[in-house]
Design a binder for this molecule. Structure first.
Ligand code: HEC
Ligand code: HEC
Ligand code: HEC
Ligand code: HEC
Ligand code: HEC
Ligand code: HEC
Ligand code: HEC
Length: 357
């Protein structure tokens, strides 16, 4: 394992802040005032238009705008004695659970996840937030247990309905799936944007706008994010996709960690912290849709794996062919997720090999 020095420093730092949560709180942009992505779109129409088709844009929706629920106005599922129902009513989407003797219900408030893999619902009771115990999964085109819910039997009917989130849990949940709901270490739901938007990555924009007096903004008023190294990009994207350090600290082992791309990529022999050719942004345009044509990634590999690169020397592919990622970035099912995540630990993956970790 690598970089233990940093790991220890981070552990100390998190402990000092009383944090053990999923979010990498160290680089959370908290300074300044949010102005909203519709403002950015006025002067940066190209990025605004292409970002609309990126899945991050739809990482969370208010329940009334949720496509999946509109397409599935009634969904049922059962787990042992518990019968689940999500149903469209005049007052919104009612979510209930009954076990013959008891019943609990709530009106859903927020839909988390664009639904490419799955979608989980959040509701409120007595001023506290709960995560639904069942989620929608694309692969099933219906409901099943929320990831993590299989680990604990509910002690009562309310627990069967959902998991009560601690204030920190709720803050982190909204922090990664919205823009501006998390302010520093606090959660506020008065004013924020659904989904990951411009100011999540670029930092709040008020100072940038204020500095534009002659058509040119003052440098340093907004993060330009250009030319970041692989390591700095891992830190930026990893503030939500989780950094190597976060996964090591939380000790998440096995195929469960396939969904944490910065962690997996860092473990690959292709990874060089100072090289931009292996940064997340070398393969993913943060303002455009995820590219799903495997061949489109060949040129990204060839940036390093080419005949002229004497540093890699003899390591050339004897199997070869187009679509390098189909063999070298295998798809792995994270248990309970009903989704095959692309493993970012680029490697020679042979049939029957154990999952490297
Ligand atoms: C009133 C117009 C205007 C608005 C609104 C605006 N920008 Fe800009 N922005 C500019 C101009 C002008 C530049 C300089 C462009 C150049 O030098 O090519 C710029 C530059 C940038 C840069 C590059 C900064 C650099 O140092 O190179 C980023 C990133 C950026 N804007 C993001 C945003 C985001 C995010 C928002 C919304 C929060 C936003 N802008 C809102 C006009 C605007
Ligand atoms: C503020 C949190 C946040 C940051 C920062 C962030 N992401 Fe994401 N990203 C998400 C969430 C949440 C999703 C899941 C969207 C969904 O499926 O609902 C996601 C999804 C994605 C996807 C899949 C999109 C799709 O259509 O399936 C890619 C690719 C991605 N992110 C790349 C990046 C890269 C590259 C960076 C850094 C430049 C980055 N992300 C930074 C939160 C973030
Ligand atoms: C540290 C940031 C972070 C936190 C905290 C977080 N998420 Fe996510 N979430 C992500 C990212 C990033 C993805 C995209 C995963 C991918 O496609 O690689 C995601 C994906 C999802 C998905 C899509 C389905 C899936 O399995 O990928 C759902 C649903 C979801 N999150 C719900 C939640 C809920 C509910 C909470 C709070 C209890 C939460 N998330 C907390 C970052 C976060
Ligand atoms: C997931 C993180 C992420 C989100 C969300 C995001 N950006 Fe960016 N943006 C980046 C990165 C990374 C770069 C640097 C790209 C590069 O290296 O060329 C960048 C660069 C830019 C630039 C400078 C382009 C240049 O080459 O001068 C502008 C302007 C910009 N973004 C505007 C926006 C606007 C407007 C939005 C919202 C519609 C937005 N960004 C959303 C990550 C993001
Ligand atoms: C060498 C190229 C490469 C690099 C570098 C890379 N990715 Fe990917 N990524 C891919 C490929 C290929 C896919 C699969 C696209 C598809 O769905 O067909 C993918 C898919 C994803 C997805 C969708 C999740 C899923 O499996 O459904 C997310 C999120 C993502 N990448 C985030 C990141 C982040 C964050 C980084 C930086 C730590 C990163 N990627 C670096 C090639 C790359
Ligand atoms: C930043 C440069 C860079 C990029 C981009 C890159 N690699 Fe690598 N890759 C390397 C280096 C360096 C090694 C290690 C060579 C050695 O140890 O001799 C390596 C090793 C490998 C190995 C052998 C790994 C092992 O564990 O034995 C495979 C397979 C591989 N790369 C495939 C790919 C594929 C496929 C892509 C594109 C998805 C890619 N690489 C992108 C630099 C890169
Ligand atoms: C059909 C599956 C497949 C495709 C497509 C493929 N590879 Fe491979 N690759 C393999 C296998 C299997 C090995 C291990 C060969 C051996 O040594 O037995 C390998 C080995 C490698 C190695 C390591 C060589 C060494 O000596 O350690 C590199 C680097 C590599 N591939 C890069 C690539 C690149 C770049 C591409 C795309 C141009 C690519 N591969 C396409 C299956 C594939």
């Amino acid at each position: 394992m690598r970089r233990w020095g940093f790991w220890l420093a981070l552990a100390g730092n998190l402990a000092a802040q009383g944090m053990g949560g999923g979010a990498s709180a160290l680089i959370w942009p908290a300074q300044g005032e949010y102005i909203g992505s519709s403002q950015c779109a006025l002067c940066h129409p190209a990025q605004a238009k292409s970002f609309r088709v990126n899945g991050m844009h739809r990482a969370m929706a208010a329940i009334g705008d949720c496509d999946i629920l509109q397409q599935h106005p009634r969904m049922t599922w059962s787990d042992g004695p518990y019968q689940y129902l999500i149903e469209k009513t005049e007052g919104g989407y009612r979510y209930s659970v009954a076990n013959g003797a008891e019943r609990a219900d709530a009106t859903l408030r927020y839909a988390f996840g664009q639904g490419k893999a799955g979608q989980t619902y959040v509701f409120e009771k007595d001023g506290r937030y709960y995560e639904s115990r069942v989620s929608y999964y694309r692969e099933l085109n219906g409901l099943s247990l929320t990831v993590g819910a299989q680990n604990a039997r509910p002690a009562d009917i309310l627990q069967a309905l959902g998991r009560l989130m601690s204030p920190n849990d709720a803050r982190d949940c909204f922090g990664c799936h919205t823009t501006g709901a998390r302010r520093g270490n606090a959660l506020q739901l008065e004013k924020f944007e659904n989904g990951v938007q411009c100011e999540d990555c670029h930092s709040p924009g008020a100072a940038h706008i204020a500095s534009i007096v002659d058509g040119k903004p003052k440098p340093g008023t907004i993060r330009n994010l250009r030319g970041l190294s692989a390591e700095s990009t891992n830190d930026l994207c990893g503030s939500c996709h989780r950094t190597w350090e976060t996964i090591a600290l939380l000790n998440i082992r096995g195929p469960n960690n396939a969904r944490f791309q910065p962690y997996r990529l860092t473990n690959s022999r292709c990874y060089d912290p100072s090289d931009q050719r292996i940064a997340c942004t070398a393969c993913h345009d943060p303002h455009a849709a995820l590219v799903t044509d495997a061949k489109a990634y060949d040129s990204k590999c060839a940036a390093c794996h080419n005949a002229g690169n004497t540093a890699i020397g003899k390591r050339v592919c004897k199997v070869g062919g187009e679509g390098c990622v189909t063999c070298h970035m295998p798809r792995v099912e994270a248990p309970g997720s009903h989704h095959l995540f692309v493993d970012h630990w680029i490697r020679v993956a042979r049939k029957g090999d154990a999952y490297p970790d």
